[in-house]
Design a protein. Sequence first.
Length: 128
Amino acid sequence: MNCTYRILIILAMPCFCLILPQSVSRAATYYISPYQRGASDSNPGTEVRPFKTIGKATELLRPGDTLLIRAGLYRETVILSQSGTETNPIKIMACPGDEGKVIINAAEPVANWQKCAGPQHANLTNHR
């Protein structure tokens, strides 16, 4: 092969990479484990260095990705900013062995409350 053809092939390779469909890209798997020591939303979301919250992982999910969630109580609202496709769905599921042990509840517990005898005894200042 002469030098001219080699140069053409080398120059054409980057162009070929740009026209490949996105589905060729490799799907990612992310892990969440709120109680694992070292879990943090600044981690890469791997099994060894998981995220702490579902919200962090959902920011990164793309078609074909999988999100595996460890058992725990997640007090957060989950918002998906991306959709999967028919051939590359986004999968969100409990880690194997943690099925039925993942609870997502956006409600915050109420602390320091006191039962009152009736509305006439309630302190309603600053509650409007």
